[in-house]
Design a protein around this ligand. Structure first.
Ligand code: DGL
Length: 258
C-alpha cells in the first residue's frame, strides 16, 4: 500500500490513536504496526526503544508510509528526536502526555499523569511540565504492569483492577481533579480507571488532537473505501481480535519480522 499513514506502537495501545485517525480521516489508507513481540517498552532502556522505533519506521517506509504517527508516548519521548534526525524530511507526529490541556482544565490546581515508567522518567516529560503546567502541581505516576495486562487481553479481569488500584490510590491521595492518560494503552481501560478514581475526575486523552494534526499534515491520497492494514511482530489473532473489539474493524492481521 503506497502513500499511506504509518502508525506504530509497542503493541495494541496505538489502536486508540488509530481509532481517532479512522474517524477523522475516513478515506486515508492506514497501516498499523504493533511491536507486541517486544512490548512493553515502559521498563526498557532508551537505546532499546530507539532501536525498535528506527526499525519499525524503516519497515513502514518500505511499505509505503509517507507520514508516520508514533502512537506511543514512551517511544515518542525516548525516540522521536532520533527518528527526526534519521529522516529529516519525513513528517512525524508523536504522542505526548496532555499536560497543557490538563493545566488549562484543572480547578484544584493538581493534575496527575498516568504513564509508563520510561515516560515519567524522561527529560522530555520534565520539560513538558516546566513549559506547560504553569501553577499546577503535577504528579507523574508510573504505572508498571498495566500494559502487560492489556496486551494479554485481560481487560475486564480482576487482575487489571488490582494492578491499577495502587496507582489510582496515589492519584486520589494527591488530590488530582484532572488525570492525563499518558500511555496509548490506557484509553482501553478508562472505565476501570474511572471506577477507581471516581466519576468527578476529568480524564485527558490526546488521540483526537493527534488525528487533527494528521489531518492538517496529510497531503496524500484519499479514497471512498477506507483501507486498513494491521501487522504485528506478535500474535496476529490477538491484534485482529482487539481491532474488532475496539475499532469494529472486520479484517485479519498478519505477522511480520522486524
Ligand atoms: N502505548 C505505549 C505508550 O503510549 C505503551 C508503552 C509500553 O509498551 O510500555 O507509552
Amino acid at each position: 500500500m503506497n502513500n499511506c499513514i504509518g502508525v506504530f506502537d509497542s503493541g495494541v495501545g496505538g489502536l486508540s490513536v488509530l481509532r481517532a485517525l479512522r474517524g477523522r480521516l475516513p478515506g486515508v489508507p492506514l497501516r498499523y504496526l504493533a511491536d507486541s513481540a517486544h512490548a512493553p517498552y515502559g521498563g526498557r532502556e532508551a537505546a532499546h526503544i530507539i532501536g525498535r522505533s528506527l526499525a519499525l519506521t524503516q519497515r513502514l517506509l518500505e511499505d509505503g508510509a509517507t507520514l508516520i504517527v508514533v502512537a506511543c508516548n514512551t517511544a515518542t519521548v525516548q525516540a522521536i528526536a532520533a527518528l527526526r534526525e534519521r529522516w529529516p524530511a519525513l513528517p512525524f507526529i508523536g504522542v505526548e502526555p496532555g499536560i497543557k490541556p490538563a493545566a488549562a482544565q484543572t480547578r484544584t490546581g493538581r493534575i496527575a499523569v498516568m504513564a509508563t515508567a520510561a515516560t515519567v522518567a524522561s527529560a522530555r516529560v520534565q520539560r513538558l511540565v516546566e513549559q506547560h503546567a504553569g501553577d499546577a502541581e503535577v504528579l507523574l505516576q508510573g504505572c508498571s504492569g498495566v500494559v502487560d495486562v492489556i496486551e494479554r487481553a485481560d481487560g475486564d479481569s480482576a487482575a487489571l483492577l488490582e494492578v491499577l488500584r495502587p496507582y489510582c490510590e496515589r492519584v486520589r491521595a494527591f488530590g488530582a481533579d484532572t488525570v492525563v492518560l499518558g500511555c496509548t494503552h490506557y484509553p482501553f481501560v478508562e472505565p476501570q480507571i474511572r471506577e477507581l478514581l471516581g466519576s468527578a475526575v476529568q480524564i485527558i486523552d490526546t488521540a483526537q488532537a493527534i488525528a487533527e494534526r494528521a489531518a492538517s499534515l496529510w497531503s496524500g491520497a484519499t479514497s471512498n473505501g477506507a483501507s486498513l492494514t494491521l501487522q504485528t511482530t506478535g500474535d496476529p489473532q490477538a491484534l485482529a481480535r482487539m481491532a474488532a473489539q475496539w475499532l469494529r474493524h472486520d479484517g485479519d492481521a498478519t505477522r511480520v519480522m522486524v
